[in-house]
Structures are given as structure tokens and as C-alpha cells.
Design a protein around this ligand. Structure first.
Ligand SMILES: NC(=O)c1ccc[n+]([C@@H]2O[C@H](COP(=O)([O-])OP(=O)(O)OC[C@H]3O[C@@H](n4cnc5c(N)ncnc54)[C@H](O)[C@@H]3O)[C@@H](O)[C@H]2O)c1
Length: 283
């Protein structure tokens, strides 16, 4: 028989609901890129201290201070997974870093445990291991060498994640973001760049890859000159699309004094003893 209509009417097939994912730090630089890139994959709940720009009617925004456990819990209602980006993304005073990044991450994990959330993907950082020399390729298992209080807070975040996984079975993926930028800005970025589209894919995989348990991975693009190994990317199914090498001619001469700490260590300027970041600049 000559069939004139398609065998399946796809429009009438009910689609499975998208996973509901809480995005902390949604108004920030990485948060804005993920918000745009993950809309199709997830039903996003956005949270931050400040309202994200260009909030649309269909988007759910719940203001919350990470320092306030009840507000964090309120923002997380109904979420199946969390992408935790919120916090201070630079060096600051130890007190501010502890209150927002360490306590804040504990509040996120405790709420996730209490609300039965399946997995937390955590924006960790290269600054957990910033004092490794650039001459050394490192994997996720090397002992930590944080370069700042900020780096210490990311180490603490990873350790808290490990505790909640071991104790309660809350899955946790730490993505050690190196340099999230539209494109490499200097020679260091040839090793550390994470492109926006690779960041979107990496965090999507960090939420959806089955059965990861506890995992730490490098948060970089497929850079030819990378200092971090790709260990764990296969578990997530992450296949980077970008390589900073394409920008080498443009940026490879943008470097400082080769004898400086900034140029010796993977953490760059954060490894300078006098580096204070945001401390004293804002509240
Ligand atoms: N951008 C990078 O290259 C990079 C590298 C390594 C790690 N990271 C990590 O990725 C995450 C996002 O980085 P980013 O560059 O988008 O930083 P960002 O500063 O642009 O965004 C952080 C967001 O967290 C929010 N925030 C701060 N304090 C808060 C609080 N008390 N309660 C609720 N929200 C609060 C801020 O309002 C901001 O919107 C951070 O955790 C950062 O440490 C970023």
C-alpha cells in the first residue's frame, strides 16, 4: 500500500520532561553563557544575589544569598541537579572567601542532600593546583597545591563534594575551570582556555553522564598545549570542539617576565605573593 502519511506523527509523541537544574551564579560570566547554551537541554532555575540581565518571562529566577541556608534551600525546590557556579571568583579576604565559597558550597550540598537532588556539578578551578609548574602535566589525582584563599575554597568545595558522595550518595562532578574566555587573550591561555561552547558541553555532560559517582576533571578546551590531562572526559562523554592553538600566532608573544612566578606556575598571577584580587576593592 502506498503510504502518504509518515508512519509516526512525531508532533503528537509526548517528549520526556527536561531535567530541572538549578544554576547558581546565573548572573555571572560563566552563568550567562551556560544559561544561554543549556536552555534546550534543561529546564533551568536561575539563582544569584543579583537578577540576571535580560530575564525572560518563561525563565524562573529565585534570588538567594549562598550564605543563607534557608534561601539556598528555597531556590533548590524541585531541582533534580545543580550546577554550582555562584561565589567569589577571585582572591578576597579569607573571611569573605570562607563565608561565600566554603560555607556557601556546604549550604548547596546540604540542601541538595535534604531535597534528594541526584547530582551537583561544581565550578572548581585551576587555582586548586596553581603552584604546579607549567613544565609538569597534571591529572586530577595529584595532591592539591592551592595558590590563594580562593584556591583553598575550591579545594574545600571538592572535599565537601567528596564527603556528601561518600556519606550520602550525592553525585558530584568538579570541573576545574582554567580560563573561561571568548578567546585566548595571552600565551598562558593557549594552555588554559575553556571556550564558551566547550563549557556548555562540559557542564551539560557533567549533569547528564550516567553513573559518574564522584569525579574531578580539567575544565579546558582541547588545547594542544594543555597542562592538565583529559582524564575523566571519556567518563563524561566530553569531546571539546575548540583548541586554543588556532589563536597561537595572535597571542603567543603576550607573556610577562619568564623568571616571574606568574610565568613559572600554572596559576599565573594568582601565584604572586602580593596578589590580593578583590580584597579591599569591594564588600
Ligand atoms: N571565569 C573563569 O575563568 C573561572 C575559572 C575558574 C573557576 N571559575 C569559577 O566559575 C564560577 C563562575 O565564575 P564567573 O567567572 O562567572 O564569576 P562571576 O563573578 O562572573 O559570577 C559569580 C556569580 O556569583 C554570584 N554571587 C557572589 N556571591 C554570592 C552570594 N553570596 N550568593 C549568591 N550569589 C553570589 C555573583 O553575583 C555572580 O553573578 C565561579 O565559582 C568561579 O570561581 C571561573
Amino acid at each position: 500500500m502506498n503510504q502518504t502519511t509518515p508512519p509516526d506523527d512525531f508532533a503528537s509523541v509526548p517528549r520526556p520532561p527536561k531535567p530541572r537544574v538549578l544554576l547558581t551564579g546565573a548572573a555571572g560570566v560563566v552563568g550567562s553563557a551556560l544559561r544561554a547554551g543549556l536552555q534546550g537541554a534543561f529546564d533551568l532555575i536561575l539563582t544569584d544575589l543579583r537578577t540576571p540581565e535580560g530575564l525572560e518571562a518563561h525563565e524562573t529566577f529565585r534570588a538567594a544569598d549562598l550564605q543563607n541556608p534557608a534561601q539556598v534551600r528555597g531556590a533548590m525546590q524541585g531541582a533534580q541537579a545543580v550546577i554550582h557556579l555562584g561565589g567569589i571568583a577571585d582572591e578576597h579576604s579569607y573571611e569573605r572567601i570562607r563565608a561565600v565559597n566554603i560555607d556557601g558550597t556546604q549550604h548547596v550540598l546540604q540542601a541538595a542532600h535534604e531535597l534528594g537532588v541526584r547530582r551537583v556539578a561544581f565550578a572548581s578551578s585551576i587555582h586548586t593546583v596553581g603552584y604546579y609548574p607549567r613544565s609538569q602535566q597534571i591529572g586530577p589525582e595529584v595532591p592539591v597545591r592551592p595558590d590563594t584563599f580562593y584556591g583553598v575554597s575550591k579545594v574545600a568545595g571538592e572535599a565537601l563534594g567528596r564527603l556528601y558522595w561518600e556519606r550520602y550518595g550525592l553525585e558530584f562532578v568538579a570541573v576545574r575551570i582554567c580560563s573561561f574566555q571568548p578567546g585566548p587573550q595571552d600565551a598562558r591561555h593557549l594552555s588554559t582556555w575553556l571556550s564558551p561552547r566547550d563549557a556548555v558541553q562540559l557542564f551539560r555532560c557533567a549533569v547528564t553522564a550516567p553513573g559518574v559517582g564522584y569525579l574531578t576533571v580539567a575544565g579546558i578546551s582541547g588545547n594542544t598545549r594543555r597542562w592538565m590531562t583529559p582524564e575523566g572526559w571519556d567518563t563524561l562523554g566530553y569531546l571539546p570542539q575548540d583548541d586554543a592553538e588556532a589563536y597561537a600566532a595572535e597571542v603567543q608573544d603576550r607573556r610577562g617576565d619568564p623568571a616571574s612566578r606568574s610565568e613559572t606556575y600554572q596559576g599565573g598571577v594568582f601565584t604572586e605573593a602580593e596578589y590580593t584580587g578583590l580584597a579591599g576593592k569591594q564588600g
